[in-house]
Design a protein around this ligand. Structure first.
Ligand code: CA
Length: 617
């Protein structure tokens, strides 16, 4: 027995030795593969391995050259610059790492062929209705992946801040639901690995930028989801995070260089005041805290001024676009990253994908700041750079207040009016992404004190004013939740997404009357918007709110829509001759609930606390 054990050991050592030359398992190279035929011929590989910088690298592959070998102070890293010439063919190239004249390690690296449709992505635009969902909280399509041995946090649905088991399969299983509701693009909160001990469900503490979290599925599941969604005319927007990574990211135990992340003698938090970017009196201290401070204890702040990290992030983003076929990127905490770097990233994306959209999260308090961000932080905007969209928080604040307030010079509906009247500040107000709520702020139904009539007024406004509307999952069945009771209250499990759920919002089983009405209400508005370009790109013309009535028009080539909102507590008669500058151009009118067009009457009636939509022809 002993001899047998020794023999097996010898064979084992020999096999390991031979294998270590054939293909090293100790090396990590990122991106894990790349493509031929990219517009930018450059590629920089991050290579991590024991004392790898002591090696020289040899490559013999037609059309690919090593242009430079870069070292950092950490000998375990090499940053290898390659040029991939147009004549290079797809295939596997072999890097040989040599030391003292001997070949020590070999590594096979694949160059793939680009997909044919790479340049043809239509992008997200004003014809779209975006649906935002949190993958851990939407639908559990595969209960066998809820727990993984290597994943630190296990599923615990009784913990509001725990992982609940939702996954990519759950989203894929319900693509027909998105079609039924009518939304055309789905923004999915981050899906990459978050191997953190707790509070990992939100996905914003990424521990591997090239790997889908195993509790959501795998990379191929993500590719399949994007492809399956596309076949049902649904675009997928990927949530990316460049500002920070998770504390358990693999490189945190062996950083390429001290300046890979922002480091302080003690934990230093960001001041979360993106306003310092445009504040003419901002102190350097506040600017530095904003940019360099950590988002949280579990989220080290990445230093995008480090050129190797900058390349890493840009290539990572391009890798996911090319690999998965996504239609857009939502960039988390956009103003928190180095802005010069962000512009460089945008240019690289648009160089590769001219129609591609980036939705920048800019959580700014006022219109002026949001506009500054859209206009100045994106200076390279031009005909070919049309695809930068920015979150419109100021309009969200206005929508949330308007229907709860008595109308006055600056209150109630005037909030909507004043917010939109400041659109002169924006280069492109129509590309703003508008919303009543999202995963970080109070649920709209809660801010409206669970008043269904107010909810309908808000949703009507959202679906008919300028901008690209975004619906937060659960809105369609009046989900509620207040942030001061914890973020988890805003991110409850979608009803019916889990085996055994007694209420199922996908099939509408068990929903109450108002919940079903809410779904139909939103579904009808989405259909109306999709069928009428005037509600997508039509000119907006509005009238100063008077006496609790706000009236505005969306004017297109074939028709126009008149939206009237009564925020008062009494029914009103509204005289249409006030709007004759528009109505005179049309012959007939119909309430969108009616099939027939009629002559335009001198006045219309509107109930208290309600909104009406009319089509003019
Ligand atoms: Ca699952």
């Amino acid at each position: 027995m002993k001899l047998k054990t020794i023999l097996i050991s010898i064979i084992y050592v020999l096999v390991i030795h031979v294998n270590s030359f054939a293909q090293s398992t100790n090396l990590k190279i990122e991106p894990p593969f790349w493509w031929i035929g990219m517009n930018d011929s450059k590629l920089q590989l991050l290579i991590h391995g024991d004392n790898i910088s002591n090696y020289s690298v040899k490559l013999k592959y037609d059309g690919v050259e090593i242009s430079q070998l870069n070292k950092t102070k950490n000998p375990n890293y090499l940053f290898l610059d390659l040029i991939i010439l147009p004549e290079a063919k797809s295939g596997k190239m072999e890097f040989v790492f040599k030391s003292k004249g001997k070949d020590i390690i070999s590594y096979s690296y694949e160059l793939k062929t680009r997909k044919n449709n790479s340049k043809l992505r239509p992008g997200v635009n004003q014809s779209d209705i975006i649906y935002l969902l949190m993958p851990d909280r939407f639908a559990n399509g595969d209960t066998t992946n809820d727990n993984r041995i290597v994943m630190l946090e296990k599923a615990n649905r009784s913990n509001p801040d725990g992982r609940h088991g939702g996954d990519l399969k759950g989203i894929n299983n319900n693509l027909n639901y998105f079609n039924k509701l009518g939304v055309t693009a789905v923004w999915i909160n981050p899906v990459l690995e978050n191997n953190m001990p707790n509070y990992s469900y939100h996905g914003y503490a990424i521990t591997d930028f090239y790997k889908v979290d195993a509790r959501f599925g795998n990379n191929q599941d993500y590719v399949d989801l994007v492809g399956d969604a596309k076949s049902k005319n649904i675009k997928i927007i990927m949530d990316m995070v460049f500002n920070h990574c998770g504390l358990n990211h693999w490189w945190m135990s062996d950083l390429p260089s001290k300046d890979w992340i922002h480091q302080f003698t003690e934990f230093t938090r960001s001041n979360y005041r993106a306003e310092v970017l445009m504040d003419p009196y901002a102190s350097n201290r506040d600017k530095e805290l904003m940019n360099d401070g950590w988002f949280d204890h579990s989220m080290p702040d990445l230093n995008q001024k480090n050129p190797y990290l900058a390349n890493y992030l840009i290539q990572n983003s391009i890798w996911w676009i090319e690999y998965s076929g996504i239609d857009g990127v939502r960039m988390d905490t956009y103003p928190y990253s180095d802005q010069n770097f962000m512009h460089q990233w945008e240019m690289r994306i648009h160089e590769e994908y001219p129609n591609f959209n980036i939705l920048g999260e800019a959580w700014l308090q006022y219109e002026s700041q949001t506009a500054w961000f859209q206009n100045q932080a994106l200076p390279n905007r031009s005909a070919t750079y049309h695809s930068i969209m920015v979150t419109d928080f100021p309009l969200s604040y206005a929508i949330n207040s308007a229907f709860n307030e008595q109308d006055g010079w600056t209150s109630g509906l005037s909030k909507l009016y004043y917010t939109l009247s400041k659109d002169f500040l924006y280069n492109d107000p129509n590309s703003l992404v508008i919303f009543t709520d999202n995963h970080d702020i109070d649920r709209f139904y809660s801010t409206q004190h669970k008043d269904f009539e107010k909810w309908k007024m808000g949703i009507t406004f959202l679906m008919t004013t300028r901008g690209i509307p975004m619906i937060y999952y659960g809105t369609e069945y009046l989900a509620d939740g207040k942030k001061n009771e914890g973020d988890a209250q805003l991110r409850k499990d979608f009803l019916g997404g889990w085996p055994g759920d007694t209420i199922n919002a996908f099939s509408q089983d068990g929903l109450n009357t108002n919940q079903m009405k809410a779904f139909n209400f939103l579904q009808n508005l989405i259909t109306l918007k999709k069928n009428n370009p005037s509600l997508q790109t039509g000119t907006l013309k509005h009238f100063i709110p008077v006496d609790g009535i706000y009236t505005y028009f969306r004017i297109g080539n074939d028709n126009a829509f008149m939206i009237v909102i009564n925020n008062g507590n009494e029914a009103k008669k509204v005289r249409l001759n006030n709007y004759s500058e528009i109505t005179n151009n049309y012959r007939s009118i119909r309430n969108i609930d009616a099939n027939e067009f009629d002559k335009i009457p001198p006045q219309i009636q509107i109930r208290a606390k309600s909104a009406l939509i009319f089509e003019l022809k």
